[in-house]
Design a protein around this ligand. Sequence first.
Ligand SMILES: Cc1cc2nc3c(=O)[nH]c(=O)nc-3n(C[C@H](O)[C@H](O)[C@H](O)COP(=O)(O)O)c2cc1C
Length: 224
Amino acid sequence: MTVSPADLDDLFSRRYSCRGFRPDPVPRPVIEQIVATARRVPSWCNAQPWQVAITSGAETDAFRQALVEETRTGSPAPDLPFPTGYSGIYRDRRRTCGLQLYEAVGVEKGDRAGSARQMMENFSLFGAPHCAILSSPAELGAYGALDCGGFVTAFALAAQAAGVATIPQAAVASYAPFLHRWFNIPEDRLVLCAISFGYADPDHPANGFRTGRADVDEIVDWRG
Ligand SMILES: Cc1cc2nc3c(=O)[nH]c(=O)nc-3n(C[C@H](O)[C@H](O)[C@H](O)COP(=O)(O)O)c2cc1C
């Protein structure tokens, strides 16, 4: 073991979802290393269902522009049905992190135009210089998506280890038909989410808060 549990916990706790990036590109070898590390996560039958289209430079800008345009002219149609609801503690946690974001960027409670503006930042990829679009074979269903969730987390942590900030974005996947067309993703694959990434702008107000987590005893039903 070369990584201590404390070092690993430190890496995990320094990662956060970045919503304001500097334009500087991430060198290709760094991106390759992030993917090389992320692919080490387990998957059922070792199917490794993840595939990513990764944009850089002018390709990111063209995609960003086209995606914003799509939100004006198209309708949301995710491949993977979005949650049907958030109730109880899930509703509370969702509300809390939303309020934290709005407070950080100065959107007052009830300011619908302000919150819509912040929501739209998703589609300009929060200014990130790179975006990864993640898909999984449709025939693997929920388990393919489960495996890919591990890949998303590993990607974010491997990036963090390299000083690269990330944000997973389901919002982008809501325009799945457009993403299939833009990236030539076959219809037998499900577009799951995007991961926008790059170097964080530490002064961006949207990066000025951190989300909380439930205590271990709230998570575990200890038996014995
Ligand atoms: C699968 C997935 C999809 C997400 N989609 C979005 C999104 O569309 N827009 C957004 O701003 N954040 C999105 N997030 C980020 C979450 O809001 C964030 O992970 C959560 O609030 C915890 O905060 P943290 O990542 O800073 O620790 C997503 C996260 C995951 C794992």
